[in-house]
Design a protein around this ligand. Structure first.
Ligand SMILES: [Fe+2]
Length: 161
């Protein structure tokens, strides 16, 4: 059925592709954060275990929002592992025990990479009149910036960082 919402098929396809790239990276960060939630140790265990849980729950929420936005554009939401090479989140070595400081540093770097990616996507789609996607992207950007601040605040007080 034809989608007649004031956005051309080319525009909707372009936006869906960009959102699909974002979905892949958000999913990678979700899995990494979940794993760190399980494997965190040390004197700040409870606070970081809970912070990581809040982070992955938020990531799960926005992954769903991204996928549903792609569906709204009329395209198929990709499997999260569709293009792992496009993921901008650093690879996670599941067999390596990271220090608390290393976990926090990785998460900060990954959230920052996603902030830059989202900012770029907003720039890329500006002028396409897809105000709803821009609004969503700004909300996701704000969330990542807040998470980065919270993670970095722990990092400053972690000796092994
Ligand atoms: Fe848990």
């Amino acid at each position: 059925m034809h989608i007649h919402i004031g956005l051309s098929e080319v525009t909707r396809e372009t936006i869906s592709e960009l959102l699909g790239q974002l979905l892949t990276s958000e999913y990678a960060l979700y899995l990494k954060t979940l794993n760190f939630h399980w494997n965190i140790t040390g004197h700040s265990f409870i606070s970081l275990h809970q912070l990581f849980e809040a982070n992955y729950e938020w990531l799960k929420l926005i992954i769903d929002e991204i996928a549903e936005r792609i569906r709204t554009m009329g395209y198929t939401a990709p499997g999260a592992y569709r293009t792992p090479d496009k993921s901008i989140v650093t690879a996670h070595n599941h067999t390596k025990n990271l220090t608390v400081g290393a976990m926090l540093a990785e998460l900060v770097a990954d959230h920052e990479a996603l902030i830059r990616k989202i900012r770029q996507v907003i720039d890329d789609i500006s002028g396409m009149h897809d105000y709803a996607s821009e609004d969503c992207l700004i909300q996701w950007l704000k969330g990542h910036e807040k998470n980065t601040w919270m993670l970095r605040s722990h990092l400053l007080h972690t000796p092994e960082a």
